[in-house]
Write a protein that binds this ligand. Sequence first.
Ligand SMILES: *[C@@H]1O[C@H](CO)[C@@H](O)[C@H](O)[C@H]1NC(C)=O
Ligand SMILES: *[C@@H]1O[C@H](CO)[C@@H](O)[C@H](O)[C@H]1NC(C)=O
Length: 340
Amino acid sequence: MGRLMYVDFPLIISFAVLSLFQGVAAAASPHPKLQWHYYEFNTTCRYAEEYVRHQVQLIYDHDKSITAKLLRLVYSDCFITGCDASILLDEGPNPEKKAPQNRGLGGFVLIDKIKTVLESRCPGVVSCADILHLAARDAAKMAGAPGYPVFTGRKDGMKSDAASVDLPSPSISWQDALTYFKSRALDVLDMTTLLGAHTVGQTHCSHILDRLYNHSGTGNSDPSMDATVQDNMRKLCPPKTKKGQHDPLVFLNPESGSDYSFRESYYKRILRNEAVLEIDQQLLNGDDTKEITEEFADGFEDFRRTFAVSMYKMGNINILTGNQGQIRQNCRFTNKGNPN
Ligand SMILES: *[C@@H]1O[C@H](CO)[C@@H](O)[C@H](O)[C@H]1NC(C)=O
Ligand SMILES: *[C@@H]1O[C@H](CO)[C@@H](O)[C@H](O)[C@H]1NC(C)=O
């Protein structure tokens, strides 16, 4: 998860979508202030979701890394101060996106593009917070995740401060990670599931050097990492980068990473001690997290279904609705702070 962080649909209501909708609604009660297809039924922006999907498709067709970027943005946004699009703000002396844990965030340009399209079609109607969730859902679906329902009607927050960023390190223990998820009303199933977004993610080598060269200050590598994987990773991640050299990126799940597709291989790798990030490998250390990992490694459909529910639950964290917040004209600025 720290790692979600380090990472990087059609209108026809088919039977599959309906039953997924019912499954999600049954597993997680809908937020009372949000609504399915809010823009279609309650606003003048009937085709908002189609506009979003179209823009995501245009990007996805030539940059599949967009899925991981958007999922990480949702994670960073929702876990920090709630799903209020504060992660998108450039405003203020030290916005959330400048926090060290948010280094390497991407996807902002796509969100800007979507916002520009929506503002030209229906000005002042669609929030940046909803755009982020809709876009992440669409990109995840393009990568092989199920097309879960995104309930809409969120408003955008008006402040963003790096001091409120408490995203945990990727080397956190599973117990501490669970405490963190629980503080956001998510449970062990959500945590194990949302970490599965790492299936399409990448990380900077700096986040795994400790595992490769000097684990917890022992002078040795992390014994919970498979030796062959470790050798391969050492080739990609030298112990020190020279001055001016970039901190290299590696795939969190090399099997599906390079084609950016959702697969169960992420969980299979954990069972073989081949996870790249420590938090991912830690899933084997808890009884519940191990059991869920085994189940997902065996049953991709279980993972897909649970992913939909957990994404949906994450999208409910501390949202603003009604008279709270605003609809930003530009996702990078509050309406008051907008220089344009
Ligand atoms: C949106 O419209 C539906 C159907 O007309 C209505 O039931 C619902 O209460 C409205 N929701 C909001 C948030 O305005
Ligand atoms: C490993 O880390 C410890 C604690 O940070 C440090 O004292 C030690 O010098 C390191 N060992 C190597 C070989 O870098």
